[in-house]
Design a protein around this ligand. Structure first.
Ligand code: 5RP
Length: 233
């Protein structure tokens, strides 16, 4: 698929999510290129319709986008609940379980997603998979303190690799929370995502894992010309 076609697919998904936006809402913002398109469209809609919304960004990327489009920003501690969160994904299975963390923003994304009344996922169609981990390793945010021990525990499940940057900085990726990202290349496919999410979370030094089993309420999957809406069974 060409970059142009992929961009159109992402735009379709981002546009579709706008139908969940109403004045007065507190909106969680995920991260990534599809969410970036959504924030641009959200900014336009808010201006056009004179809406009053506030956003909780999940990363510096989302925060800077919110500033760019003039969206008022809140901290999680400012509010009890989030009305709706719009987020991207690296993989989406048939249960609407997700694999996330391609942009290293998984921890804040999960904090916001799991607290949201409605969790809406927007993605191009390349993200649909038969099972989580089909196309990507599992992203895991870990504390720098004792990272080698954490890495050793993870060897029970697969080959762990510290994620390094390929541009803009040398050395390991440092997350918005000051931590490392380990990409775990599993020995075998995931049979029970809930169990693996729990098990990896219980390892000392693991801050968060990119397996999201808080089912999305809706996933909008964009293709070049059409949009597909998937809801949980
Ligand atoms: C960031 C994420 C993103 O949501 C995920 O990587 C999807 O990004 P894109 O919309 O660019 O494909 O999990 O941590």
């Amino acid at each position: 698929m060409s970059n142009d076609k992929l961009r159109k697919a992402k735009e379709k998904a981002a546009e579709a999510a706008l139908e969940h936006i109403f004045t007065g809402q507190i909106i969680g913002l995920g991260s990534g290129s599809t969410v970036a398109i959504f924030v641009e469209k959200l900014g336009e809609k808010v201006g056009r319709e004179q809406m009053k919304i506030r956003v909780i960004p999940s990363s510096y990327q989302a925060l800077f986008l919110a500033y760019e489009y003039g969206l008022p920003v809140l901290q999680p501690s400012d509010v009890e609940n989030v009305d709706v969160t719009i987020d991207g994904a690296d993989e989406i299975d048939k249960n609407l379980f997700l694999l996330k963390g391609g942009g290293a923003a998984l921890t804040r994304e999960k904090i916001i997603a799991y607290k949201s009344e409605k969790y809406i996922v927007i993605a191009d169609y390349t993200k649909l998979v038969r099972y989580l981990g089909e196309k990507h390793p599992i992203p895991i945010e870990v504390l720098p303190f004792g990272w080698k021990w954490t890495l050793k525990y993870l060897e029970k499940y697969g080959k762990p690799k510290i994620r390094v940057t390929n541009s803009g900085k040398v050395g390991p990726i440092i997350t918005d929370n000051g931590n490392l990202i380990i990409d775990l290349y599993l020995y075998e496919s995931i049979k029970d995502p809930r169990r693996l999410e729990r098990e990896i979370k219980s390892i000392p030094g693991v801050v968060e894992v990119g397996i999201f089993t808080r089912k999305a309420n809706v996933a909008y999957i964009g293709y070049e010309d059409i949009i597909r809406k998937i809801e949980p069974k």
